[in-house]
Ligand binder design. Sequence first.
Ligand code: ZN
Length: 349
Amino acid sequence: MSTAEHLRPSVELHVHLDGAIRIETIMDVAKRRGIPLPAATVSEMTQLCTLCEPSTLTNFLDKFNEFMHVIAGDREAIKRIAYEFVETKAKEGVVYVEVRYSPHFLANSNVEPIPWNHKEGDVTPDDVVNLVNQGLKEGEKDFKTKARSILCCIRHMPNWSMDVVELCKKYRNDGVVAIDLAGDESLNCKACEGHLKAYEEALRSGIHRTVHAGEAVEVLKAERIGHGYHTIEDPALYKQLLEQNMHFEICPISSRLTGACDPDFTKHPLIRFKEDKANFSLNTDDPMIFNSTLNRDYQIVKKYMGFTEEEFIQLNLNAAKSCFLPEKEKKDLLNQLYEAYGMVNNTSF
Ligand SMILES: [Zn+2]
């Protein structure tokens, strides 16, 4: 990250808590818990946990097997990663972030099956949400970056999804702003009964909805799309999404390293989105796995896609308008940005 670059206040809407953990923290927690790791140093562990060349989504998802078992089921660690996450985002100039995670993947009780080959413990998905909330709140207080969370359903675990929407409802006034569907998109499960029911319930209860998969936006009544690069290959769908002013959560570095897009950034679908004045944000997705920062994503699109400072400001305003905060807080966020960008307060919003 270039320190010379001015950090404009920004809004990030698509980043996974468990893909944004500090390697040092994993090493630390493993030591405390007596969990052996295949790496002795931070740089060795970084090599194990990160992708540096374009790969596949499956290889990318395999990386989580290297470290999730260290954090899952440990109250102190779960709270700590949330707290440190806010610190990291504050340093990147992020003023508001929506961070997402699967409560089930960090639990070891009330979850079937218990993930990461753990034995049954006493940390339930509900406890996980509580712990993450505590960490985010303390981080927000200490670092002044506002943080809210999105709870993820997992594509191959449709039996967890009703639980996820119930947790969204329980914590809707306490840190949680939306539901998501994440996981391996090669599993064609967009119409899985469990996910469908959960999204129906979210819609019915007024829980905001985003989804990793452009093709499922209709079926799941999503308000935002995680990535959505391939929607431009379906002109009718793409046209409709533009007309709806659908928000695309774009993750440039992620899209290259997970193999979602052509590795040549000058051919990236984001260029088309920009030309069509689509509604989108720039996001890191899983900065730890990509050994990256939000600033690097901005630098890449500036260098390879010709983004200007004005376009950066516009996309951040779009992100703020498309965030899942309640209306009053959304207005406050927009005013904060207008002020930071030296723009006249736009009261027409
Ligand atoms: Zn994602």
